[in-house]
Design a protein around this ligand. Sequence first.
Ligand code: DGL
Length: 258
Amino acid sequence: MASNAPIGVFDSGLGGISVVREIRKEMPGENIIYFGDSANAPYGTKTPGEVRKLSFAIVDRFVAMGVKAIVIACNTATSAAVNDLRATYDLPIISMEPALKVACDRGNGEPQHVIVAATPLTLREKKFIALMQRFSATNTIYRQPCPDLVEIVEHDQLEDHDLVMHTLHRYFDSYDLDEIDSVVLGCTHFVFYRDYFRELLPSSTAIIDGNEGTTRHLHDLLAAAGKLAEPTTQGGVTLKNSDTSERMAALAAKRLND
Ligand code: DGL
């Protein structure tokens, strides 16, 4: 049986819209309610307890709206809250973690040098440490927190080329980038910087994000549960934000439609 109920997607702010774009591309029949918590962004410099509380409040709202599944389009909220959320709510919860496995598998057995760019909280939480331990015996993995990249998106400065490149150089100039096989964008805000990273990195360095894998996982879970939208349905996106200003509504629409 198909289900035309919406999918709830959330993030600390605007970053998860990069995931919504991917879901729209692959699953255009689905209705998505997106909630960006920009009034409380960034999550990446908060404590896990604070992020957990904020995540529960959002999921409660989604459940009250009758969503059929939830996508945590935020690596930070995933590391702080996904286990507790899954233990509490009886609906599919799809989460995100930095795509380190994809980066290491690219080597086909050759040791890889990988930089994982993410928020400070994601990089120090147990979930990421455990993931890193699976791959660090055979690969060289660097953890690079980039909190300012979140602020730049939230403050509508993404088009400021000089500011962005200056910020990227500040975070990445200490590496010998020629020896880096891939950079993992382990925060959904960072996916908007793909072109800037391309400009920064040698052409041999791959740029990897988890949006495609997350969308595939969402599709497969809904398919297995018989809950994909009817094939004839015209889907859509409703953008909501805890910052209810017109400025934020316009900025969210810009990130969705860019
Ligand atoms: N977009 C979020 C992530 O994927 C977090 C950004 C933040 O609020 O620090 O981790």
